[in-house]
Each structure stands twice: as C-alpha cells, then as structure tokens.
Design a protein around this ligand. Structure first.
Ligand SMILES: Nc1ncnc2c1ncn2[C@@H]1O[C@H](COP(=O)(O)OP(=O)(O)O)[C@@H](O)[C@H]1O
Ligand SMILES: [Mg+2]
Length: 359
C-alpha cells in the first residue's frame, strides 16, 4: 500500500475581520504525519479561528494552508479530506449512533456492507458496540463525544482537527478520554491539530505544543521544553500549575535584589536596570547547608493540595510573596523558612520584551 504523506503546512497565515480584530496575525507551522500538535492559549487568542482556516470554513486574509504539499486555499472544505471534532459534538439528533458515525461514508461510493463493517470496527475501538442503535438524546456527554470521535476516525481523513473536544466532560471522564485519545491517535499516523486552553491536555497529548497569544505563536516546542525553557514571560506564566513566581527586580552590580537577598544574574552582555526573575513553586525547597543561594521569609498562608502544600512566604525586607510547594507532613503556618533558589532553576526575562534571557 502507498504510504500517504499528508503533511500540514501553514504559511504566514493571517485572518483579519477588521483593522482591530485580527485573531490570527502571522502563523507559520508544520505538522507531519503522526505528529500531534496542540494549539494552547487563553480564550480569545485565535485558536478556533486558526482551526477553521485549516478546515476551509474561513478564508485567510493572507498566507496559505497546504496539505501534502498542495495549496488548499481554493479547495472547498468538503474536498480537503479533513475530519473535525467540535466541543459541541455536532451530532445529528434524529440519527442513531451508527448512522451518525457512518454518515460521512454514505456520501462516498462505498457499499452498505463496507460502511457497516467500518463503523463496527471503529465503534469497537471506542467501546460503542452497545450504543449503536441509540440516538444522541439518550446518550451521556461522554458517549456523545465518543460518537463524534468515531465519526472522525471512520473517514480515514488526511488530517484531524479537534477543537476543545473534552471541555464538556466532567473532570474524571476528561482524564479517561484523554488517555484513550492519546492511544487512538498514535495508531492513525496522520497530522493532528488539537485546540485546547487546558495545559494538562496539551502537555499530556502532544508531540509539539504551539502556545498562542494574541494571534501569534509564542513558542513551538515539545511539551517538556515548553515547561523547562519557556520562551517568554507569557509562556512562563501560562504553562505550569501552580503558576511560576515572576518578580520584576532591580539589578545592582551582578545581582538582582530580592528583598534583603541577592540573586546572581546570568551572563549577559550588559546588566539592565531591572529584570524579571521566574521560579516555579515546585523548584523551591528548604535550604541545605551546601546551598549557595538562599532567601528567608515568613509563612503566612498554607494551601493543602494533598501530597504537598502550597506555601506563601513573605520574603524578608520586601512585600514580595513567593509561593513554594513543600511536603504536606508538617504544619508550616507562621514558620520562618530558609529556601534555596538554585541558579539552574531560575528563568530570567527581559522587562520590556518579556523574552527569555538565559539559555
Ligand atoms: N466571524 C468573526 N467576526 C469577527 N470577529 C471574530 C469572528 N470569529 C472570531 N472573532 C474574534 O476573534 C477572536 C479570536 O476568537 P477565537 O478564534 O474563537 O478564539 P479562541 O478559540 O482562542 O477562544 C475573538 O476576539 C473573537 O471575538
Ligand atoms: Mg475556541
């Protein structure tokens, strides 16, 4: 069998509704066969618009969409061989699950018995065998979502597009379906573009994550890299839970001033007057004698998270609050703590541009 190459490529894509509404400003990226790309960003940053441009439901103001090396700009949505799954599921209410799943195949020249066997095969994969005769009104949210997924899978498209497909499910089910999705799409070997505002989904599912903000890609990297090396202050604050501590500090000599303490700056051609220091709550721990860089402060708030406590510490000589994840086996309330701020775990950002300064 011929191996299909359905690489998806976006070239300097822009969508402008009016001079002030430009949800997609200038986006270029590639998704190869078998790659799972998440578009991650806050509500309103242009994720759905970008997906609709790929699907052909919107026309770009500039740039182009290519699939398998072919320009799709003038190709109608129905001829792009793309399968899309929406948050709302978009099932036909008068059709059974079986009919909903098979409906896209009916438009093609496929025999009834072939349709039936393909629908059954996909229904099996998604655990829908028992539901095939049921109509959407008689299904739970999770079941409807599975039918919507099955309908996308059965078509064997060149590209999969999913727009917040899990956000209508409750937390437990979301986690379950997320794991199933990862497994399902691994077998497809097609480009997948998955829109979400949920960082856990993006981190767990993707081979690559594009963090979007204001219609632009802020960072395009594997999930691990996004977490360890956020490209700018926006990515640093958006990815990671609890959120990274971010402080704008004054620089003096080769150090940044954090309350009564000095934090050594990274190597830089010139020391700026101010700098942004970032450190994740999970990267802070109680100081040990061998730690060279420590700060002190008093605990004024403890939030229990189960395995760990999220501790808010007021840093001595300042009104800055630092949040640290520390073991839950001790009552920290009111304690004075000495905490290690290790060089290799600090993220430095430019005050003006927000760009990352350390490698
Ligand atoms: N058809 C449209 N006409 C005008 N503005 C639109 C249209 N579609 C989306 N927008 C605007 O574009 C911005 C991005 O929307 P959207 O892509 O839906 O964001 P997201 O999916 O990231 O939440 C929003 O400010 C939205 O109001
Ligand atoms: Mg959206």
């Amino acid at each position: 069998m011929r191996k299909t190459v359905a690489k998806l490529e976006l070239k300097q894509l822009q969508k402008k509704y009016s001079p002030k509404v430009i949800p997609v400003r200038d986006i270029s990226l590639e998704v190869e066969d078998g790659e799972f790309l998440s578009l991650l960003g806050p509500s309103g940053c242009g994720k759905s618009t970008l997906l609709r441009l790929i699907a052909g439901l919107e026309q770009p103001s500039q740039g182009q969409v290519e699939i398998g090396g072919k320009n799709m700009n003038r190709v109608a949505p129905g001829d792009r061989n793309i399968a899309m799954v929406f948050q709302s599921y978009a099932l036909y209410p008068h059709m059974t699950a079986e009919e909903n799943i098979g409906t896209a195949l009916k438009l093609r020249k496929i025999s009834k018995s072939d349709i039936k066997s393909r629908v059954l095969e996909v229904a099996n994969k998604l655990g829908l065998e028992e539901l095939l005769e049921r109509k959407p009104a008689k299904m739970s949210g999770g079941q409807r979502q599975r039918v919507a997924l099955a309908r996308a899978l059965v078509r064997n498209p060149d590209v999969f597009l999913l727009d917040e497909p899990l956000s209508n499910l409750d937390a437990l089910l979301r986690e379950q379906v997320r794991a199933e999705l990862k497994f399902l799409f691994k077998q497809q070997n097609k480009p997948v573009v998955y829109v979400t505002h949920d960082q856990t989904e993006a981190m767990t599912l993707s081979s690559k994550v594009a963090v979007l903000y204001e219609g632009q890609v802020q960072q395009l990297d594997p999930p691990r890299r996004i977490y360890t090396h956020p490209a700018n202050e926006f990515v640093a604050s958006f990815v990671g839970s609890p959120q990274m501590n971010l402080f704008t500090l004054k620089c003096e000599g080769k150090a940044a001033i954090l309350g009564d303490f000095q934090i050594i700056l990274p190597d830089m051609p010139a020391v700026p007057p101010h700098i942004v220091l970032g450190i994740r709550p999970e990267d802070i721990r109680l100081a040990k004698p061998e730690d060279s860089q420590t700060i002190e402060g008093k605990v004024y708030l403890v939030e229990q998270l189960g395995k760990e406590n999220l501790i808010s510490v007021r840093i001595e000589g300042s009104d800055i609050t630092l949040r640290a994840l520390l073991p839950a086996d001790r009552n920290w309330e009111g304690d004075k703590l000495s905490l290690a701020i290790r060089d290799n775990l600090i993220h430095w950002f430019d005050v003006k541009s927000g760009d990352r300064l350390n490698v």
